[in-house]
Ligand binder design. Structure first.
Ligand SMILES: NC(=O)c1ccc[n+]([C@@H]2O[C@H](COP(=O)([O-])OP(=O)(O)OC[C@H]3O[C@@H](n4cnc5c(N)ncnc54)[C@H](O)[C@@H]3O)[C@@H](O)[C@H]2O)c1
Ligand SMILES: O=P(O)(O)OC[C@@H](O)[C@@H](O)[C@H](O)[C@H](O)CO
Length: 375
């Protein structure tokens, strides 16, 4: 089976491709990206190595791959491939999905003309991002009939890589879970994916406990030293930062257990595994990667405000989540476009107006909570 992956970056090359390739039914993978350098490298080298970093490293050769620039879709250069492919996976960062509208209009027309259909899996960190992408296409008047949108939760830490090589270093751990009910019966299941009937719990467990804590740690460290210690694994050696991790996760475990019906003991074990993964001595994860895109991450269905509002509504403690939200608002890193936009807005209008401007669909109760926690 041919597939297409949009976004030939860390997660595309280091997670999606090797996991798809573990299923013998998967044939060629075509990468599409807006970055000509990575596309040219794939075109010339036609293979690369994924190195899993663990006590004993493991190398996986990825071959039978091809690549095109994203806009080759609009130039009708890959029509035949699009008509053969059954699945499009995407990992370009949720804020970039809006740039794909024209391409999906083209793909939709092509599939309709040829009476074909296709699965779309947005492998992004966020809440039901494939469904969000469907909504975005519909709002832009794209006919989504030929597409089946399947929500997913993906988990593997893939740090930023050397820019001049296709090879990727990743942690050994991975998990890829999809919504079983959205997977159409006429599409063969991929063997290396897990199918769940309760995806919302899985998404929020991972987004709040792993990504939420990850981002909170990075914004916290920015508040302390503006990333003078740029690597997470080095920052975690400080007792102060370990204490922050412990306090934040103790608070979150109680919230997530109640919100998504998990056993506390199970979540505590999950947190221990996350601490080990964050401390993998072979991985050098840049804090600026983990902290990226604060406007995307401050939304109410995202990693901080979702558990914070739940805690506020149930009378649970949310002291460290409040601190995380304040650290987010104070995150002014000049190389992050969203951080710059947010901090510019805050410097003119103040924090409360910034939250009201950027966080979509806040109700009155939530606004009152925000007023209390902003400092
Ligand atoms: N890295 C991880 O540990 C990890 C783990 C799980 C999920 N994710 C998800 O994957 C996303 C991407 O993360 P990453 O670490 O791979 O980032 P990355 O920057 O390494 O890769 C993103 C790629 O997308 C490309 N891109 C950007 N805009 C595009 C567009 N409009 N069309 C086509 N390609 C475009 C970029 O050129 C880049 O090659 C994250 O935002 C997150 O949602 C990442
Ligand atoms: O990719 P983001 O920006 O949503 O979040 C940064 C990290 O928390 C994230 O990439 C993790 O490394 C990954 O989600 C682990 O599965």
């Amino acid at each position: 089976m041919k597939t297409i992956h949009l976004g030939a970056g860390n997660i595309g090359r280091g997670f999606i491709a090797p996991i798809l390739k573990q299923d013998p039914a998967i044939g060629e993978i075509k990468f599409l990206d807006v970055n000509p350098e990575v596309i040219n490298l794939i075109k010339t080298q036609k293979k690369y190595i994924v190195k899993e970093l663990a006590e004993k490293d493991n190398e996986i050769l990825i071959k039978n791959i091809s690549a095109n620039l994203l806009d080759d879709i609009l130039k009708a250069k890959i029509d035949d491939y699009l008509l053969d492919a059954k699945i499009i996976t995407i990992s370009i960062g949720q804020p970039n999905l809006r740039f794909l509208i024209k391409n999906f209009e083209y793909i939709s027309d092509l599939l309709i003309k040829n009476n074909k259909e296709m699965l779309i899996l947005c492998c992004e960190n966020g809440n039901r991002v494939s469904s969000y992408f469907k909504k975005l296409l519909i709002e832009n008047k794209i006919n989504v009939l030929p597409f089946h949108f399947v929500d997913v939760v993906v988990d593997r830490i893939v740090p930023n890589q050397e820019r001049d090589s296709l090879n990727v270093q990743v942690e050994k751990y991975f998990s890829w879970i999809v919504d079983e009910e959205q997977w159409p019966s006429n599409f063969t299941k991929i063997k290396t994916i897990v199918y769940s009937k309760d995806l919302d719990s899985e998404i929020n467990k991972k987004i709040c406990l792993l990504n939420g804590v990850h981002s909170a740690l990075s914004w916290h460290r920015y508040a302390i030293d503006k990333f003078q210690i740029p690597i997470l694994q080095d920052a975690l050696k400080f007792n102060e930062t370990k204490n922050y991790f412990d306090n934040l996760t103790s608070e979150l475990v109680i919230i997530i257990a109640q919100q998504y019906n998990f056993e506390i003991k199970y979540l505590k074990e999950y947190i221990s595994s996350i601490w080990k993964r964050f401390n993998n001595p072979k991985i050098k994860d840049e804090m600026s990667r983990i902290a990226r895109n604060p406007i995307t991450k401050m939304q109410k269905n995202e990693r901080i405000l979702n558990p914070l509002f739940f805690a506020a509504s149930k009378g649970l403690k949310f002291e460290y989540l409040s601190q995380a939200f304040n650290d987010l608002l104070n995150y002014h890193f000049s190389e992050d476009k969203e951080a710059v936009e947010l901090s510019n807005y805050i410097s003119v209008h103040g924090k409360l107006k910034a939250v009201l401007n950027y966080v979509k669909e806040l109700n009155n109760q939530e606004i009152e909570v925000i007023k209390k926690i902003i400092n």
